[in-house]
Design a protein around this ligand. Structure first.
Ligand code: HEM
Length: 416
């Protein structure tokens, strides 16, 4: 059982997950003109990171001497789908320090073996088991809490708590543990902001999961932890040392990204009331609204790779060991691929994007993320008639350079 700091089991006094998240996102309103400028200049930008580039980062966070940033769609795909030239092992020095050796930092063939074991639970078909009982129930209880009010801030009241609660339920964690689980998850995610706190949170979560795993080994249940324990491919099963990092990864990989993507979807629609009305009237438009929101404002802007050998990208030489930052945000707005790339246009023809990455590490949770976004948007359309941005809202906007989403979504609607 997780120990709680507050007398009532609530997160410790003064702790504000929303503020941490907002700070982590950074206050950059629109990085896209900068990406466009870089892309027009060079397909791959080499940047030396001096101390000025570390503003806001914990001094214990690892230093990176030189970064090669990829901004075109074509080169982004090239890097993500080429495990021979580009390795994911570099994550060992960043997020791997707090969560251990997770699937994210593995290269083939280890990656393939591991992925086969964990992938089963996340296949589109397998998600039916969670659809109504977990995802639908979670969204209903969150909306119930404010549906009569006629106003809400949809970030703290809906999009932020939604995916963490879904993950807590999918893992089968007791509800009494959720506040502490949420607090530790937030601290873990803020690893580049507060290194020591993230390491401590990782250790505490690991201790917590150790008890859950031990319990499920004794009594199997209908939850993800039991499924991971029982998964078997070619006679191989996951040991506890492999299950911990996977469970820890689900928080940053699954909770933070989905909260941001749902917020971006709502923001895009709220800023274009005629499109919101069109989607409300024709629910067949929901999937394309989701894909376009993912392309337009990807929640996590960058993924990292390391060159395994001396190589080149778009004519730019990259030395072995060079860190390659693939800008998913820039790739998704490449004018060479998308006409009018900065527009949120749910009717555009090409809706493919790289927000879930590509190649061997392509997001394992993408079907779950899409399902969560679909359930959330459908519930919002069904239960909050007349939904609109609050006219008194103080400057609603999306911000962030590492992660992007609106810090707040103050809305009004006709009370149920
Ligand atoms: C809109 C929401 C999401 C976005 C934008 C997103 C994005 C990504 C991206 C870009 C990667 C690739 C990282 C890389 O190549 O280095 C990834 C991997 C991953 N994601 Fe997601 N993700 C989302 C939701 C989820 C959810 C809901 C889960 C599970 C609960 C999840 C679990 C994972 C895992 C386990 C990996 C690692 C896969 C591997 O290394 O083979 N993600 N995600």
């Amino acid at each position: 059982m997780v120990t709680t700091s507050g007398p009532d089991g609530s997160p410790e006094v003064g702790y504000d997950p929303m503020r941490q998240f907002a700070e982590l996102a950074g206050d950059v309103r629109d990085p896209y003109p900068m990406f466009a400028g870089i892309r027009a200049d060079t397909p791959v930008l080499q940047v030396h990171i001096g101390s000025g580039g570390r503003a806001g980062l914990d001094q214990k966070a690892p230093r990176m001497p030189s970064i090669f940033t990829v901004t075109s769609y074509e080169l982004a795909q090239q890097v993500l789908t080429d495990n021979e030239r580009f390795s994911s092992a570099g994550y060992a020095n960043t997020i791997g320090q707090v969560m251990g050796r997770s699937i994210l930092q593995m290269d083939p063939p280890e990656h393939l073996r591991h992925r086969a074991l964990v992938a089963r639970a996340f296949r589109a078909r397998a998600l039916d088991q969670w659809s109504d009982a977990i995802i639908g129930a979670t969204i209903s209880e969150l909306i119930d809490a404010f549906a009569l009010e006629g106003h809400a801030d949809l970030v703290p009241q809906l999009t932020f708590p939604f995916p963490v609660r879904v993950i807590a339920r999918i893992l089968g964690l007791p509800e009494a543990d959720w506040p502490r689980f949420l607090q530790l998850s937030t601290e873990l995610i803020a690893v580049m902001r507060n290194w020591d706190r993230a390491v401590a949170a990782g250790q505490e979560l690991r201790g917590y999961f150790a008890e859950i795993i031990a319990d499920r080994r004794r009594h199997s249940r209908d939850d993800l932890v039991s499924q991971l324990i029982e998964a078997e491919v070619d006679g191989h099963r996951l040991g506890d040392e492999e299950i911990y990092p996977f469970l820890l990864l689900l928080l940053p990989a699954g909770a933070e990204t989905t909260y941001r993507s749902s917020s971006n979807l709502l923001f895009g629609l709220l800023c274009q009331p005629d499109v919101l009305d069109a989607v409300r009237a024709d629910r067949n438009l929901v999937p394309q609204a989701i894909e376009e929101a993912l392309r337009w404002e990807t929640p996590a802007l960058t993924v990292a790779r390391t060159a395994r050998q001396d190589t080149e990208l778009g004519g730019v030489p990259i030395p072995a060991g060079g860190l390659v930052a693939v800008s998913l945000g820039a790739a998704n707005r490449d004018p060479g691929r998308y006409p009018d790339p900065d527009a949120f246009d749910i009717f555009r023809e090409d809706k493919q994007h790289v927000s879930f990455g590509d190649g061997a590490h392509k997001c394992l949770g993408m079907h779950l993320a899409r399902l969560e976004m679909r359930v959330l948007l459908t519930a919002v359309l069904d239960r909050l008639p007349g939904l609109r941005l609050d006219p008194a809202a103080d400057d609603p906007h999306i911000h962030g350079l590492l992660f992007r989403s609106p810090p707040n979504l103050p809305v009004r609607f006709d009370p149920a």
